[in-house]
Design a protein around this ligand. Structure first.
Ligand code: CTP
Length: 409
């Protein structure tokens, strides 16, 4: 995907600098060439020799090196790449970038470049949330600097929160998203897709469920992954295989499905294609319910399941940028789906007719309508894989990154 692309990797001084080594390997595996600039602080964490060995190129760090300047002037260095990547981007280098400083080779190169720049911040959580850093990042974003991360998690300083540098694989995906946008327009985006039925236990051998096959949800997960998204598929019990190229989490009940979605952490895209059982047994029996001679059939008390789609759609910092639900209806399809979009608070609803005569459940084809704030689109009857590709393409467009076919139009 990155064949022939040239990346200038600027390694600043943070504990996450060790991940830069792995990043070089990941980028070279994808076909890119990598040239490194190492700051003085960065050299306290990784050696020029390691960067040189992995990049198979020389490492630049001295602003006033006559040899460097005669071989490759710093202006040329800044322009001789397709993309500049700052990883780790420390609070210090972000501040110097925002302030327009040119006090070492890294800062000078960043000031002199006419190429896109991607920064992967890494710092202590308090430094990341400090008003100065927040303002610097905002300034840089407004100037068109791209950011990936930071992630939440435990940090070397024993604190917890946002500040961990994104993993090399995530950074490489984001780089692909910038340099090969048409092939992998969703690179760097994280998605969760729910699929299949849920199974609600009545006792250890009996359950409430439905006929969902998981074909549509699984196809959507695959389509998003094919466009470069990092996908977690949360699947109820289905008989189809786990799709390749993504992470599948297997669950039974709606409660487990919700927990798995929330455990996926911060996501950009949620697609709820699962046919979640609306109700579960209020008190599932711990052992098999036995029939006794002369006893009336037991009655089953039901209680509502959590609504996964509505939960993920709740406004707040953690809300994915795009939440897509499905409406499975047997009558008044579009009107019910429009109502459902508002009730659940999601952005889009894919409405499909699940009347037995239509054969959507378990079938290979689907006739859907895409309902958003801007109206209703009627799609032709398509194979479920085609519905999935079309939906994934729409999602990419929503993020301003048209996939290849549409980019070419
Ligand atoms: N959904 C969910 N959690 C639930 C129920 C539904 O996430 N507990 C999601 C489904 O994955 C789907 C959407 O909500 O994306 C609509 O589901 P549907 O079964 O069509 O709607 P209901 O909420 O059950 O409404 P109704 O009873 O009116 O059909």
């Amino acid at each position: 995907m990155l064949k022939g692309k040239r990346i200038l990797l600027i390694v600043a001084g943070g504990i996450a600098a060790f991940k830069a080594l792995e990043l070089i390997r990941r980028l070279r595996e994808r076909g890119a060439s990598v040239r490194c600039v190492l700051t003085d602080a960065g050299a306290k964490f990784v050696t020029p020799l390691s960067l040189q060995a992995l990049s198979e190129d020389r490492v630049y760090s001295d602003m006033f090196s006559l040899t460097d300047e005669s071989e490759m002037g710093h202006i040329q260095l800044s322009r001789d790449a397709d993309l500049l990547v700052v990883a780790p981007a420390t609070a210090n280098i972000l501040a110097r970038m925002a302030g327009g400083l040119a006090d070492d080779l890294a800062a000078t190169v960043l000031l002199a470049t006419d190429k896109p720049v991607l920064a992967a911040p890494a710092m202590n959580v308090r430094m990341w949330t400090h008003a100065a850093t927040v303002a610097n990042v905002e300034t840089l974003r407004q100037r068109g600097i791209h950011f990936i991360g930071p992630n939440d998690g435990a940090m070397a300083c024993n604190e917890f929160g946002p500040g961990r540098m994104s993993e090399p694989e995530e950074i490489a995906d984001a780089i692909e998203g910038l340099l090969a946008p048409a092939e992998r327009p969703l690179a760097g985006k994280r998605a969760v897709v729910t699929s299949g039925p849920t199974r609600e236990a009545i006792d250890p051998v009996r359950y409430i469920s439905n006929h969902s096959s998981g074909k549509q949800g699984h196809a959507i997960a695959s389509a998003l992954a094919a466009l470069g998204a990092d996908v977690t598929l949360v699947s109820g019990p289905v008989s189809i295989a786990d799709p390749p190229g993504l992470t599948t989490v297997h669950v039974d009940s709606a409660d487990q499905m919700l927990a798995a979605c929330l455990a996926a952490g911060r996501i950009d895209i949620a697609v709820c294609a699962a046919a979640v059982a609306d109700w579960k047994a209020a008190r599932p029996a711990g052992s098999k319910i036995k029939k006794k001679a002369g006893m009336a059939p037991p009655s089953l008390e039901l209680t509502p399941n959590p609504d996964i789609l509505a939960t993920l759609s709740k406004p707040g910092q953690q809300r994915p940028a795009l939440v897509v639900g499905f409406a499975a209806e047997t009558e008044n399809l579009v009107a019910n789906a429009i109502d459902k979009r508002q009730r659940k608070g999601c952005d889009w609803i894919v409405a499909n007719d699940v009347s037995p005569a239509v054969g959507t459940f378990g079938g290979e084809r689907n006739t859907v309508h895409l309902i958003s704030a801007s109206g209703v689109e009627d799609w032709p009857t398509l194979a479920k894989g085609e519905v999935a590709m079309r939906l994934a393409g729409r999602i990419a467009l929503h993020f301003g990154r048209p996939p290849k076919a549409e980019a070419a139009e």
